[in-house]
Ligand binder design. Structure first.
Ligand SMILES: O=C(CO)[C@H](O)[C@H](O)COP(=O)(O)O
Length: 233
C-alpha cells in the first residue's frame, strides 16, 4: 500500500471516534484531507457534526464537500480534534507545521477535550527532530528572533541551520500573517526544554512541538492500523 492509501486507512479508523453531535477540530495536510473526504461522506449520510477548521485550506475543502463549519469564536470548546503530524514519538510528542498551519492547529487542539493524531507509519520516530521544526515568528524583528533561536539552540546543545520557509525574497506567509523559520536541529533529546525556551523568545509566535496534546495515535502500516496511547518516558 502506498503512503496515500495508508493515510486514508488511518483516517478511516479514526472516523469511528466521531459521533453525531460532536464539535470537531479538523486538521490540515494530506492526511487530514483524507479524513475530511471520509467525514464528508458520513455527513452526506446524516452524521451531524460541526467542524472548526485549522486553516483556510481546510475550511475551503470542508466547504466544497459540504462539511458544516463554525469558528472558535462561536464554538470555543470542542469535543475532539483529528489532525496529522510530521513526526510522532512514543510519548505522542509531535512535530507539526509542515503545512504551515501550526498556530491554528495548536489553538484548536488545545481547545478540544481530546486530540487524535492520524498518520502512516513513516511518521513514527524514537526521538523528535528528523523533520525540521517549524517555528512561526513575527515579521517584526526577524533577524533578532533568528539570533535568539540560535542562542536557545546552543544553550541546549543543539546545532543546525535555520531557513526561512519560501526563501528570503518571497517568504511563505501563514494564515495569521506570520513567517515560518524551519529549524534543522537534528535529534531533540529534551523537547520540553526546547519548547519552554522557544516560548520565552518574544518574536516567536508558536512552534511546532505539540507535547502532551495528542491522547491517541492512529497509525497505518502495510500490516494494518494500530492505535497507540502515550508511553510514559
Ligand atoms: O502539521 C501539519 C500542517 O501544518 C500537518 O499535519 C503535517 O504537516 C502532516 O502533513 P501530511 O498529512 O500532509 O503528511
Amino acid at each position: 500500500m502506498d503512503a496515500v492509501a495508508l493515510k486514508t486507512e488511518a483516517a478511516r479508523d479514526a472516523l469511528s471516534e466521531v459521533q453525531s453531535g460532536m464539535k470537531l477540530g479538523i486538521g490540515t495536510g494530506s492526511t487530514a484531507e483524507a479524513f475530511i473526504h471520509l467525514l464528508a461522506e458520513r455527513v452526506a449520510d446524516g452524521l451531524s457534526i460541526i467542524g472548526v477548521p485549522t486553516s483556510e485550506r481546510t475550511a475551503a475543502l470542508c466547504e466544497k464537500l459540504g462539511v458544516p463549519l463554525s469558528t472558535l469564536k462561536e464554538t470555543p470548546a470542542l469535543d475532539l480534534t483529528i489532525d496529522g503530524a510530521d513526526e510522532i514519538d512514543p510519548s505522542l510528542g509531535l512535530i507539526k507545521g509542515g503545512g504551515g498551519a501550526l498556530l491554528r492547529e495548536k489553538i484548536v487542539a488545545k481547545a478540544s477535550q481530546r486530540m487524535i493524531v492520524i498518520a502512516d507509519e513513516s511518521k513514527m520516530v524514537d526521538t523528535l527532530g528528523r523533520f525540521p521544526l517549524p517555528i512561526e515568528v513575527n515579521r517584526f524583528g526577524l533577524e533578532a528572533t533568528r539570533l535568539a533561536i540560535e542562542e536557545v539552540a546552543k544553550s541546549l546543545g543543539l546545532s543546525g541551520t535555520l531557513s526561512l520557509r519560501g526563501g528570503e525574497d518571497d517568504p511563505f506567509v501563514t494564515d495569521g500573517g506570520h513567517l515560518i523559520v524551519d529549524a534543522s536541529f537534528g535529534r531533540i533529546p529534551d523537547s520540553r526544554a526546547l519548547s519552554r525556551s522557544l516560548h520565552d523568545i518574544a518574536g516567536v509566535v508558536e512552534h511546532g512541538l505539540f507535547l502532551d496534546v495528542a491522547v491517541l495515535a492512529v497509525i497505518a502500516s502495510s500490516e494494518g492500523v494500530k492505535r497507540f496511547t502515550p508511553l510514559a518516558v
